[in-house]
Design a protein around this ligand. Sequence first.
Ligand code: DAH
Length: 355
Amino acid sequence: MENFNQIESTILDKIEKISDRNTFDTAKTEIFGKKGIVTELFKKIGSLDQNYKKEYASKLNSLKTKITEILEKKLNDLGQSEINKKLKNEKVDVTLPGRSYYSGKIHPVSQVIDEVTSIFSEIGFSVEEGPDIENEYYNFSALNTPKDHPARDMHDTFYLDQSKDLLLRTHTSPVQIRTMLKSKPPFKIIAPGRTYRCDSDQTHSPMFHQLEGLHIDKNINMGHLKGCLYYFVKKFFEVEKVKIRFRPSHFPFTEPSAEVDIGYKIENGKIKVGEGDKWLEVLGCGMVHPNVLKNAKVNPNKYQGYAFGVGLDRLAMLKYGINDLRAFFESDIRWLEFYGFDPLDVPTNYRGLSR
Ligand code: DAH
């Protein structure tokens, strides 16, 4: 029979010498590891004489329990002493100023796209998207603007190849065609997105944003168009009453066509939308031309409807009093910090940010 007392004191000696995590792990392996002292003793049980077996096993089990408890306690003590050591060495200087965090801001154009999308979705419009790189057909021809049409000159187009087939879309109107071609009427969609024209000054940037609207069904008329735009302008500018003017205009893809102005005045140096006797052009619209419907495989004798195109950057400038469009795209972080919006999901205990 093994001398369990002796074995126990050898093990306790080992445990005595433990001074940190490393020596703890080594000692534990030496005792309970694959070839550890206790493990080896267990391996022997099978070959023992029947007379000894019971006593041996019971002594071994109590040894195992005792050592396991001692090791657990040791581990606990080690944890404590490590924390104490850390507390002693790593002092926290509570007089240091707090660290400030900087959160990103939502760009006014993104904000306006969100607002506009939610306003139109409340009255049943869904969102469509189209590619920034278009071909000549979708951008012009299918929209009833053939090669020699003077309206093409108004869109200073960025062409991407010699054949003048690929281009950066000059408006979001091609999304009308793409939408109609891919399914069947009725259609009630908006399409926000980037558009491009070779133009740059205080109110024009080579890249800008538009929102296209298209509503095609049986018996849709100009009254629906007016109702829809009234609703939109009131909701967007958050005003009860709004003065709107439909001015006859021309677009090749609509007949009749109109441009929409809204009334405004300047009060204390700030623009007030919806009242006053000044007019501001905000969008183009009209009843979709039968040729456009035909090109999009929609029967104009059965279906008709309206379309509109809004300049989103312009809406953002108006609503949020920003007077230079170019700043929108200069990526100046100070500008964004001033004109940008806080994300809606800011936690309530968040104290805002300073730099
Ligand atoms: N595509 C026109 C532009 O960029 C805007 C426009 C006018 C869109 C009338 C329309 C519309 O859908 O019906 O100037």
